[in-house]
Design a protein around this ligand. Sequence first.
Ligand code: AMO
Length: 423
Amino acid sequence: MERKYIRDVKSGENVLLKGWVYELRDLAKLKFFLLRDSSGIIQCVVKDKQLMEHFSELTLESVIEVKGKVKSADIKADFARKDAEVEVSEFEIISVAEKLPIHVNEKTTTTEFSNRLDYRFLDIRKPKVHAIFKIESTIMKAYREFMTKEGAMETVFPSIIGASSEGGTELFRLKYFEHNAYLSQSCQLYKQMLACAIEKVFTVFTVWRAEKHNTLRHLNESRQLDFEMAFADEFIAMDVLTRCVQHIIKKVLEDNKEELKILNVELKVPKSKSMTFKEVSELMKKHKIGIGKDDLTPESEKKLGELYPDTIVYVHDWPISGKPFYIMPKGEGLSHGFDAIYKGMEIVSGGQRVHIPEILEKQLKEKKLDVKDFKNYIDSFRFGAPPHAGWGMGLERITMLILGIENIREVVLFPRDRTRLTP
Ligand code: AMO
């Protein structure tokens, strides 16, 4: 008999199911268990006397095969199929689970987060946790889909770099034979060089930042959805970003109805709004909220989220002093850089880049970086370099904000923060 997935079984069928024991209920005359596979959970009823004798051999999370007949039912159990159950005719234990160190079926207790992370391979079996990662997977899939339709080429970049790409601080150093090297802070310089050669590029890229602060919105290892295009300024890049985020959210709404229900999330396709940094400063003054001279504060980002719900707020004409060396200056202390705020947090930084070597050299010196370290990068703009622009979106940020999750670590399977290197 061919194996069926729980999602696909229909009343009246004889089926073979494979999965994990999610819950056991041992009543005097009747025994039940809930079986879970990657597609769902179904109640299984054991009525047969001989089978009942073996019921006690089942342990939570053991892997079993079940044969039985599917019947219509009215099931109340959380996350389980409401319309059907299986009357078990045979079951076989394939792999016995030992006593669990954390609860997978958290009915009455909730496990502390750090304990959950220690046993993430069990934690991911929970329907709510599984739902988060299914949605994150849709986000990545939708991003690739959008960019491919947009005519961008997916590419990969090195993760070991010889010099900083975002500024001198926050680098993880490593020994690379007889050289000093670093873990990549971003693929910024590479995506620019490529866009100047082949126009539109994108990637899903892991970045490392040696930031010492422990916050709910920062990781030391995170993923960025990066995009770069030639013949563009920051406004063209923002337009691509709006359509990209809208596509991602439409896809989640279409493909993850069940997961959004499990997580109790209501989601809308966002609009967009643009403001200058100065306008945001004045707005925040009115609301008596502090804002830096060249950066937004978490409080001001939060306020923007409150004032403009379900909106991607672009803050442009950003002071050049608050942007990295590769952002094109605009004069009067301003730049072609922008940030995008969504649901009260920065999801994206981007802008038009410098494609003129002399300006780059000047800005590198102003940021106290060594021009020699950037020779190949600067030289790449000497042989026909178009104006270009792009952005980088934090994968974990967009996921946590879409799902209304407070701690960014919840949306990373194996997070790396200041204290955690395992599992
Ligand atoms: P930036 O450093 O602003 O820009 O990063 C881009 C986006 O990545 C996310 N992000 C992070 N997420 C979690 N933990 C962190 N420590 C962290 N740091 C950043 C945020 C942020 O908006 N090269 C530029 C992008 C560009 O201009 O194309 C860059 O890296 O969502």
